[in-house]
Design a protein around this ligand. Structure first.
Ligand code: XIL
Length: 314
């Protein structure tokens, strides 16, 4: 085995990359995406603005393109994401809803999307970024209108639509042990006690060199596994203040290796997804000005020290 995907498979895990439709015109990019990785996640194509641009009018064109690519290259697909406060269509955010109205809209959205991908998606990030840094509920449209019960409802509706897809809660800054991951641990414990079909915890893994490597990553993954859910590293990237130097790239490589090692150490950590694999298409520079160089391949699709470090661990 020579690819990251094949190497991870020896450990009964997948190693994948997110992708996005504009990148599908880049043949060299697609060649590596299809050969090196065993899993993909559509970076945007399954978000609400893309799948239900008008109320009750669904558009699966972009997401179907990603799923067809994955099938052609025998890759698993993670579905991302059904309920999130960001990248919502204007029709949903630019009016007020009663609880009954919004509940019906949410159920219809979730079940239409999940049914469309039934049997084609291994996991769903059912609710994305539901909590604040201090562990309280994020005051989203869904929380404010429906209360905290929207999370259990969303999981139950998704489960009705596809009983085989594993249902995840997914968030960032939950890599190590802290107030936010503590709150997820308590929430998942409660959901399971209530018989709600939550089966996975997604740790996005958006790290930055200037903030330090999170403490206790392996222990954190393990405590979720001990609750009886699986864990996936869903959006891994490690950004830095630009310019990238040899020294920063070397530190980044050790961080990638340490993160991958933490997942490998826990049986129920099922896989790792890069939030795209090349700096050419990373979301970081557009959202964090002055930062970048976050991925294991550079802008010319050449492997960086991080790539070799991951390979050495797998
Ligand atoms: C990002 C995409 O990569 C960008 O293209 C888009 O402009 C914004 O969203 N956490 C998530 C992902 O759960 O959906 C986000 O993806 C990155 C942060």
């Amino acid at each position: 085995p020579r690819t990251l995907g094949e190497l991870a498979k020896k450990h009964h895990k997948y190693f994948g990359s997110a992708t996005d439709n504009p990148e599908f015109t880049d043949a060299a990019y697609l060649k590596l995406l299809g050969s090196e990785f065993g899993q993909t996640t559509p970076g945007n194509a399954m978000k609400w603005y893309a799948t239900e641009p008008e109320r009750g009018v669904f558009d699966f064109t972009a997401a179907d393109e990603v799923v067809a690519f994955a099938k052609a290259h025998r890759q698993k697909v993670r579905g991302h994401t059904l309920v999130w406060h960001s990248q919502l269509p204007a029709w949903l955010t630019e009016r007020t809803w009663t609880a009954d109205e919004l509940r019906a809209v949410l159920k219809h959205h979730i079940q239409t999307v999940v049914r469309h991908y039934k049997g084609k998606v291994i996991h769903w990030d059912v609710v994305n970024e539901a909590l604040n840094e201090d562990g309280t509920y994020r005051e989203t449209l869904f929380y404010k209108t429906l209360g905290p019960g929207y999370i259990a409802d969303a999981l139950r509706w998704a489960h009705e639509a596809d009983r085989h897809a594993k249902l995840y809660l997914n968030d960032y800054n939950v890599d190590g042990i802290g107030p936010k991951s503590d709150a997820y641990h308590a929430l998942i414990k409660q959901l399971k006690a209530d018989g709600v079909p939550v089966e996975g915890f997604g740790i996005q893994g958006h790290l930055a060199l200037q903030y330090g490597f999170p403490a206790d990553v392996r222990q954190n993954i393990q405590r979720f596994a001990d609750l009886g859910v699986e864990v996936a590293i869903t959006e891994l990237d490690i950004r830095m203040n630009l310019p990238a130097t040899q020294e920063k790239l070397a530190t980044q490589a050790t961080w990638y290796a340490d993160y991958v090692r933490a997942c490998l150490a826990v049986e129920k950590c099922v896989g790792i997804t890069l939030w795209d694999y090349t700096d050419k298409y990373s979301w970081i520079p557009s959202v964090f000005p002055g930062e970048g160089a976050a991925l294991p391949y550079d802008e010319d699709l050449r492997p960086k020290p991080a790539y070799h470090a991951i390979k050495a661990v797998l």
